[in-house]
Design a protein around this ligand. Structure first.
Ligand SMILES: [Zn+2]
Length: 229
């Protein structure tokens, strides 16, 4: 009896959290491959200390990028959110609290996405158009919520550091080895993986320079996706 209930529970969970991953090809993984452009994306901020330093590095290099922000961090650091928008970067939705959608029911899923959508829209002066699911994990409720809000789900094609710390030099080498026209690069300007922002800040200037040397221009996600092959 208990075994049967467990099996039923497992099957329901697979339908809720795993099968929607089959829909993820409908999500964005990269931009058009016709132009030598890449989009840098920064997740998990805004961080009151690290994000301004990342903005300084981008301004110095004349690069605009996309920041996938958390609603609950954005309301604590509104000035940084306004600065991101004022400097021409794109603001994307990375949920309210970074809870994995695998652990959220339909109501919590809608609330995680909608609350961040509203607060980021108010702070940035326009609603976010792109959503990146925390940990890259989706569920069945996410797709209709995004459709209603006019957001597209965006993953990445290059991720130099995941949950395990990777030294800055290896991150740079990874991006250079995997760079391709239309690439979406996943970076982190706030703490998730331990000390990730410090490694990012060390990697960022050589990364920008190296990509430029290879003939790449930089675009926000919206710009990258607005052109066709
Ligand atoms: Zn994240």
């Amino acid at each position: 009896m208990i075994g049967g209930a467990l099996a039923l529970g497992a099957a329901a969970w697979v339908g809720w959290a795993w099968l929607p991953h089959l829909l993820t090809p409908a999500c964005v993984w990269h931009g058009p491959r016709g132009a030598r452009r890449v989009a840098l994306t920064f997740d998990d901020g805004p961080d009151p200390d690290w994000t301004p330093r990342v903005l300084d590095a981008l301004a110095e290099a004349g690069v605009r990028a996309t920041f996938f922000l958390l609603g609950e961090r954005a309301v604590r650091t509104p000035a940084v959110v306004r600065r991101i928008a004022a400097e021409g970067h794109e603001i994307g939705n990375h949920s309210w609290s970074h809870r994995s959608l695998w652990l959220c029911g339909p109501k919590a899923t809608a609330s995680e996405i909608r609350r961040a959508h509203e607060c980021l829209g108010a702070l940035a002066g326009g609603p976010p158009r792109h959503f990146r699911p925390p940990w890259g994990m989706v569920n069945a409720a996410m797709f209709p919520v995004l459709r209603r809000l006019g957001e597209r789900c965006v993953f990445w094609s290059i991720q130099p550091e995941g949950r395990r710390p990777v030294p800055a030099a290896r991150q740079i080498a990874h991006v250079m080895d995997h760079a391709h026209p239309g690439a979406i690069v996943d970076l982190h300007d706030a703490e998730g993986t331990r000390a990730a922002p410090a490694r990012l800040l060390a990697a960022l200037p050589p990364l920008l320079e190296g990509l430029r040397e290879r003939g790449y221009a930089f675009a926000t996600v919206a710009e990258l996706l607005s052109t066709r092959d």
